[in-house]
Design a protein around this ligand. Structure first.
Ligand SMILES: CC(C)(COP(=O)(O)OP(=O)(O)OC[C@H]1O[C@@H](n2cnc3c(N)ncnc32)[C@H](O)[C@@H]1OP(=O)(O)O)[C@@H](O)C(=O)NCCC(=O)NCCS
Length: 167
């Protein structure tokens, strides 16, 4: 982050965040993943946030953290069962500033504090490099049916605590 850039803060998600988090997901998918997924795949992907009630319930059932810049949400992460990162999205205007790093570090700390030995994620092809940089190790390749499309992802896993890689 450059000197003088507004600080990023973290807080738990609130029910009223659902529309803005859905908008962040949509913007991230359409603006950041085009090198890895075609428009049919992107359209199918953003459907997960189409129904506000369903999406809000998914956020509420997970431990969802919101990153804010000057009070405005710029990214979020959802931790499922203290074992898996279910959602991780950063608004295109805020990428490359360490927002996902902050969110992921917090999720890893919480998962470890709650007794988990490792954390996994089904990483998009776009996010795979980010996760690998943080020490997540690819476990298997998936082809996930999503509406009328299929999305390639990679399940990655990181051992928490002792710093050793998951083999
Ligand atoms: C992947 C994503 C979450 C990264 O968010 P971000 O806030 O830009 O990430 P950070 O700024 O914390 O990046 C941390 C480091 O990872 C690197 N990094 C980020 N995205 C990367 C990528 N796709 N490939 C390789 N490295 C990446 C950064 O260069 C940075 O390295 P540095 O510390 O040496 O500067 C964001 O690009 C995104 O929302 N992508 C689209 C949606 C998506 O695929 N979500 C994941 C679903 S599993």
């Amino acid at each position: 982050m450059s000197a003088g850039a507004p600080a990023i803060a973290l807080r738990p998600a609130l029910p009223g965040d659902t529309p803005v988090l859905a908008a962040i997901l949509r913007a991230a998918v359409f603006e950041l993943t085009s090198e890895d997924y075609d428009s049919d795949q992107q359209e199918a992907w953003v459907e997960v946030a189409e129904d506000e009630a369903d999406f809000g319930a998914r956020l509420a059932e997970r431990l969802t953290l919101v990153a804010t810049r000057e009070g405005e949400p710029v990214g979020f992460i959802a931790l499922k069962d203290n074992k898996a990162i279910d959602l991780l999205y950063v608004h295109p205007d805020a990428v490359g500033q360490g927002v996902a790093t902050l969110l992921c570090t917090a999720a890893e700390t919480l998962a470890k504090a709650r007794g988990s030995q490792s954390l996994s994620a089904d990483a998009s092809d776009t996010a795979l490099g980010f996760f690998q940089k943080r020490g997540y190790v690819p476990q298997r390749r998936n082809t996930v049916p999503l509406g009328a499309a299929w999305l390639g992802t990679t399940t990655v896993e990181k051992r928490l605590g002792d710093g050793s890689a998951v083999q």
